[in-house]
Unconditional design. Structure first.
Length: 115
């Protein structure tokens, strides 16, 4: 599998807890692509805009397997849980051209500090 990583210089996350949860979300997205998606390519992007950090992980694999439109995997639920802990917006869905797109957008501090 080939992997492309892009990061703009302003995408630093200074709070350890937020950085750890964002890392684990990215790790789970990559694991899913490797284990379940039969993906050949993976893109990881980290960007900073408007005081927020945007993490995007995309693959060109088979896409999500779902039942009645809901994603039932434990890894997906854990990503959603981690996103809630850091006050992040998390979107998991199809990628244009096939595969999966995971987007996690958050501030550099947890909700109780970010306010």
């Amino acid at each position: 599998m080939s992997c492309v990583f892009e990061c703009d210089g302003g995408a630093a996350v200074s709070h350890h807890e937020v950085a750890n949860h964002a890392y684990r979300i990215a790790q789970e997205a990559v694991n899913n692509a490797m284990k379940h998606a039969s993906a050949r390519r993976l893109w990881i992007r980290l960007a900073h805009a408007g005081g927020r950090v945007r993490l995007c992980v995309e693959d060109d694999g088979v896409g999500l397997r779902s039942r009645e439109g809901r994603n039932e995997g434990m890894g997906l639920r854990i990503m959603e849980y981690r996103a809630r802990l850091i006050g992040a917006a998390l979107e998991i869905g199809p990628r244009d051209g096939g595969g999966v797109r995971v987007v996690c957008e958050f501030s550099g501090a947890p909700p109780e500090i970010a306010g």
